[in-house]
Every structure is written in structure tokens, then in C-alpha cells.
Design a protein. Structure first.
Length: 374
């Protein structure tokens, strides 16, 4: 029997990522060949295209396993799979012909590009402009920021406006070939961690582009893609959280102070008990989000999971690092790296405040509905 997707992810995280992440970090090298060989580049794409066609509940274990290895690499796989899924499922024949096979096999990498220097949390403030030629073709001009896999990805799903009118009624999503001469990138950002993952500012100068999502549907499609990405991040946070706890339990049962193993000191044991409770809670929220994704209740369920998971993972990484005392600071253990990664997970694909906005809007809607006469 071929390995299941979670088995592939476990083998990749423990056999490839964990032993090599230090050297990828030092050399600032994205592990392109390793990612292509992982078998995890077509997670949500149809089987007819060579994908694994995973359901969201099935994907929880996959992203948890990846989060145990390295959350930034897991994030890059989440983004690539979002693009591969959109192109294989919604691309025109021309787009599919060019990109479906290479994306699913991992020969090509995909990037999702929405954020701009002036438009982060408020995605409706984007200004990258798509103009249509008389023959119907499109060209993109603008500046995108925080382009993960910038310069490394082969194909970019770019969200852009199709008019200079304010608002988002005209927004569309386009497919851009990263090799075109009109695409250029800044030097990679100098980040607190994850040097191996290039993140750039991308300039688009009159670049030919193909429509993936028609004008008017672009913001809705982008938000739907972001909901899946937020769910991935919640599951990745769960993996980071679980691995931090495992490292701390292992250490606390072996390290002795004042004549007994650390875990027999109630102060340490209770701290780890709280980490374990929060892991159970985070997993429950992620599983619920997986079940509701694609329904009306999906966005709020995902917001709960994305709000709680990274916050809990950050608390877990800090507590577990403290259990290791001075050793928590060493790169022999992943905990110092995990603290930086959990901070990143709080921000990517919408900050904790943006998740609170989604949840609060739903609460207000509920309140107003109660006031309406039956
Ligand atoms: C590692 C990494 C990789 C990324 N990769 C990509 C990528 O590949 N593609 C892409 O498109 N984007 C990417 N992003 C961008 C990311 O989605 C944005 O950084 C994020 O949406 C937040 O935008 P901002 O940083 O501009 O913060 P801002 O929007 O400037 O917000 C600053 C702070 O104010 C808070 N805030 C803002 N508005 C409100 C409000 N109304 N109420 C309360 N608080 C508020 C925010 O929560 C935040 O804490 C990446 C980011 C990171 C960190």
C-alpha cells in the first residue's frame, strides 16, 4: 500500500526537514528539490491531475506533521497547495495545460500574492492594476509586498484591481509567469528567522497575465483561499505546539534537579499540563474548522481556530523552552526557533486582530438577528 498523506508528511518532517533545517537556515537556501520530492505538492488537487484530493479533515494531520518539522516550510507548502488547487480546479484550459502538471508534481512552485506595501490587513486597499488590451489580453502593473517564495516560485496568483474605481467590486485574480521580464524582485527581507524562505517585494511592469478568477469575483475567491490557508495555519500551529510539548516532556523526565526529575516538581508538571490542555483545545477548534470549511459557518470556525492556535502555540513554545532552562536557548533543540515561528503564525494569512474582527462581526450579526421580528 502506498503511504498515506500523513505518513508522507511525517517522513518528510522527521526524515528530511528536522535533520537539515539548520543547514538550510545557515545557507539561506530554499529546499526546492526536497519539497518537490516530498509527495505533498498536490494535496488538494484532483486525482486526475496526480493530486491527493484530500478533504479538509484529512489535511489536519498532514499540516500538523509539517508543523512539527518547521512552520515556515509548512506555510510555504500551504501557499503552494492553495495555488495548485486553484489552478487545477478553476484554471482555463490554457492555464491548466501550462501549470497543472508541474505544480502538482512540484516541478513548479506557486505563490499567492495579495499584500501590498500600503495594503496588509485591509486587502481592499490594493492598487495593482490590470488593464485589458483590445484583443482581450490582460497586463498587470503594481507592487506586491511580502511575496513568500519571491523569485523562487515559478507562477504567481496575483490579486489585482481592474479599474481605478475605489472599492473591491472590480477585483480579479490573475496567473503570472514569474519568468517574464516585467517581473522583478527586491533582495529577500532580512527576517528574525527562516532565512531559507525568500520573501520579497515584487514589481510588476506591464506583465502579461491570464484571468484565473473574473473581475468582481476576485475578492470573494481570495477570501475563500485565505480561509483554507488560515485552517492550514491552525493545523501547523497544532504541530508546532505538539512537538514543543513532546520535547519538553522528554527533557523533563530525564533532567534531575534537587534529587528528582523535573517533571516531578509540581511547578513544572502543572505548566506542562496547561500546555497539554491548550493543545487539546486548539486541535478541537482546528478539526471543527475542517468540518465547516466550505459552509456558511466556515469563515467564523476558521477564525476561531486561527486566532487561538498560534497564540496557544506561542505560549507552549515559551513554556516548553523555559522547562529546558538554559538549554531551551540552544539550537540543539527547536524551541527558540519555534518561538519565532509561532510569532510568524500569529501574523500570516490574517493577524489575530483580523480573526477577532471576523468573530465579532458574526456576534453583532447574531445580536441584530435576535432583534428582528419573527
Ligand atoms: C512570514 C510572512 C509571510 C507572508 N507571506 C505573504 C504572501 O506570500 N502573500 C501575501 O499576500 N501576503 C503575505 N504576508 C503578509 C501578511 O498577510 C500580512 O503581513 C498581514 O495580513 C498583516 O498585514 P500588515 O503586516 O501590513 O499589518 P497592518 O495591516 O499594517 O496591521 C498592523 C497591526 O495593526 C493591527 N490592525 C490592523 N487593522 C486593525 C483593526 N481594524 N483593528 C485592530 N487591529 C488592527 C494588525 O492586527 C497588526 O497587528 C506574509 C506575512 C508574513 C509575516
Amino acid at each position: 500500500m502506498p503511504p498515506t498523506a500523513p505518513e508522507l508528511a511525517r517522513a518528510f518532517a522527521s526524515g528530511v526537514v528536522a535533520p537539515n533545517i539548520g543547514s538550510w537556515e545557515q545557507r539561506g537556501r530554499f529546499p526546492r528539490a526536497e519539497v518537490a520530492g516530498s509527495g505533498l505538492t498536490g494535496l488538494f488537487s484532483p486525482a486526475d491531475d496526480g493530486g491527493l484530493d484530500l478533504s479538509f479533515p484529512d489535511a489536519v494531520a498532514v499540516f500538523e506533521e509539517l508543523g512539527r518539522g518547521d512552520a515556515a516550510l509548512a506555510f510555504s507548502l500551504s501557499m503552494h497547495n492553495a495555488v495548485a488547487s486553484a489552478i487545477t480546479r478553476a484554471g482555463t484550459d490554457q492555464i491548466r495545460e501550462r501549470w497543472a502538471g508541474p505544480l502538482v508534481s512540484g516541478a513548479a512552485l506557486g505563490c499567492f500574492s495579495l499584500t501590498e506595501p500600503q495594503a496588509g490587513s485591509d486587502a481592499t486597499a490594493i492598487s495593482t492594476l490590470a488593464t485589458q488590451d483590445p484583443d482581450g489580453g490582460w497586463h498587470l502593473t503594481g507592487t506586491k509586498a511580502w511575496v513568500s517564495l519571491g523569485g523562487e516560485a515559478d507562477v504567481y496568483a496575483v490579486v489585482a484591481k481592474t479599474s481605478t474605481e475605489p472599492g473591491h467590486a472590480d477585483i480579479a485574480m490573475f496567473v503570472v509567469d514569474g519568468a517574464h521580464a516585467g517581473v522583478s524582485h527586491s533582495d529577500p527581507y532580512d527576517k528574525a528567522a527562516s532565512r531559507f524562505l525568500p520573501i520579497t517585494t515584487m514589481q510588476l511592469r506591464d506583465v502579461p497575465a491570464r484571468v484565473l478568477v473574473e473581475p468582481g469575483q476576485g475578492m470573494r475567491a481570495a477570501l475563500a483561499a485565505i480561509d483554507v490557508a488560515r485552517f492550514d495555519i491552525a493545523a501547523i500551529s497544532g504541530g508546532l505546539h505538539a512537538e514543543a510539548l513532546d520535547v519538553a516532556i522528554r527533557y523533563a523526565t530525564r533532567r534531575t534537579t534537587f534529587g528528582r526529575p523535573l517533571i516531578e516538581h509540581q511547578g513544572v508538571a502543572f505548566a506542562l499540563a496547561d500546555v497539554a490542555t491548550e493543545l487539546e483545545a486548539a486541535r478541537a477548534l482546528t478539526l471543527r474548522a475542517a468540518e465547516l470549511l466550505g459552509t456558511d459557518q466556515g469563515p467564523v470556525a476558521v477564525a476561531h481556530a486561527k486566532r487561538y492556535g498560534p497564540d496557544a502555540a506561542l505560549r507552549a513554545a515559551i513554556t516548553c523552552s523555559e522547562v529546558l532552562g538554559a538549554y531551551g536557548w540552544l539550537n540543539d533543540y527547536p524551541l527558540a526557533r519555534f518561538i519565532a515561528l509561532a510569532k510568524m503564525l500569529q501574523v500570516v494569512d490574517g493577524t489575530a486582530e483580523i480573526q477577532r474582527m471576523v468573530i465579532a462581526r458574526d456576534l453583532a450579526r447574531r445580536g441584530r438577528a435576535e432583534d428582528r421580528p419573527a
